[in-house]
Write a protein that binds this ligand. Structure first.
Ligand SMILES: [Zn+2]
Length: 415
């Protein structure tokens, strides 16, 4: 069974090639191949990729126990259907169909489109009834930090192929409609699970540690990748559909291969590689719900106390691992304002606005460096000017991006 991997123009060929190389290293009936076809963009007017103006695919942190928040999030996802800034599923599948037509692809082969475009329901991936699949390749560094993106992308490809072979019918639009009709009956997460499962028992809202976990909170996707598991309900369906056992063995090997990349990882290495290097890992950083920031040493919690503006800047840089150049601060003004109001909800907007204006000022007298030196001094004092401070301070060269070094798998957000 052939699987053609294709891409939209903004995806880097080398990323897709590495996904293809990984998948082809497993023997079995699924034969993966990468086609670097460049589409005539005029045929697809929706393919106007502009990273700056496209909303982030990333989602905010959610309190996973807050039912009202979850229901609101589901409603928001539904409203996204109307958004003109996202590509519709049907548009993505139309590219797969064009590829089929142009290259006479056999009807039983899969065509998998890899893309950076955001899609209408904010899904990682999906498939249609004609063996077309799309997978979003963007922002895996956010959902699965410190692991090469080729692994979660490869997982999504195989997951959708298997779901298609299982004959799972899942129409997101009908699913949203169904949710809307039943929403009034939902008073707990368990009821939400019952309602969603009654629509489709192969999309598990409450996680079953299974390939078919719905991952309503997108960060939960890591559980699938780490477990590589398929639950008994779904295995029974695979058995019922008589899916080739050689193909299943291939899937199990691929899932095991991916799984091992997510196990015992610390700062991008396996724990065992890490411990052989004999370097002391930095202490973890904890960000509490009330925005308090702590360094957790072996014996104590040390709070990094900062004024609201410094705290805003620090939290921003923690979230933006690659850092930021001073001249680019201006394009994040709204984000700063939102963050500031979260830290100081009572503060009048005009006062906050003035401080933020000073920070993002592009005329060469931005207050960035004075805030940076306050933050760094504070951290160096707290850690007694030991070499450890370097992991937490804001560093960079003039004109280049300033960033915080601490590996993000050591940052624990408690909200
Ligand atoms: Zn399952």
């Amino acid at each position: 069974m052939k699987v053609y991997l294709i891409k939209t123009p903004e995806c880097e060929s080398k990323t897709i090639q590495s996904v293809s190389d990984f998948l082809t290293s497993f023997d079995g009936p699924l034969e993966f191949s990468f086609s670097d076809t460049v589409f005539d963009i005029k045929q697809f007017p929706f393919l106007v990729y502009d990273e700056i103006n496209w909303p982030y695919y990333k989602e905010d942190e959610f309190d996973i126990d807050d039912l009202n928040l979850i229901l609101r999030k589901m409603r928001l996802d539904k409203e996204n259907v109307q958004s003109s800034e996202k590509v519709f599923f049907k548009d993505l599948y139309s590219i797969c169909d064009l590829y089929r037509e142009k290259f006479n692809v056999e009807a039983d082969s899969f065509v998998v489109l890899l893309t950076k475009y955001n899609n209408e329901f904010n899904y990682f991936s999906s498939f249609d009834s004609n063996k077309n699949v799309f997978v979003n390749v963007n922002h895996w560094d956010f959902y699965t930090p410190n692991t090469d993106a080729k692994y979660p992308i490869a997982y999504q490809i195989v997951e959708n192929i298997l779901r298609s072979l299982m004959n799972i019918e899942f129409d997101p639009e009908a699913f949203m409609q169904f949710f809307q009709e039943k929403e009034a009956e939902i008073h707990s997460q368990e009821e939400l699970d019952i309602v969603l499962t009654s629509y489709n028992q192969y999309a598990h809202y409450l996680p079953k540690v299974c390939m078919n976990d719905f991952c309503s909170f997108k960060k939960q996707v890591i559980n699938k990748l780490q477990s590589g598991n398929i639950c008994p309900i779904c295995l029974a369906k695979i058995y019922e559909e008589n899916i080739d056992s050689k193909l299943m063995l291939q899937v199990v090997s691929i899932f095991n291969g991916i799984r091992s990349e997510f196990m015992f990882k610390l700062s991008g290495q396996t724990f065992f590689q890490f411990s052989q290097n004999k370097t002391l890992p930095p202490y973890p950083l904890i960000v509490e719900k009330n925005n308090k920031i702590f360094i957790k040493t072996k014996t104590e919690l040390i709070e990094i106390r900062l004024n609201p503006l410094c705290k805003m800047l620090y939290l921003f840089l923690l979230k933006n691992e690659t850092g930021i150049r001073v001249k680019d601060l201006i394009s994040h003004k709204d984000e700063f304002t939102q963050l500031y109001l979260k830290i100081r909800p009572g503060r009048e907007l005009d006062k906050a606005g003035k401080s933020i204006d000073d920070l993002v000022n592009q005329k060469g007298d931005s207050s960035f460096n004075s805030h940076r030196s306050i933050i760094n001094k504070r951290i160096e004092e707290l850690l007694n000017n030991s070499g450890l401070a370097d992991n937490y301070t804001i560093n960079g060269d003039r004109g280049e991006a300033y960033s915080i070094k601490i590996p993000r798998d050591l940052v624990d957000y408690r909200f």
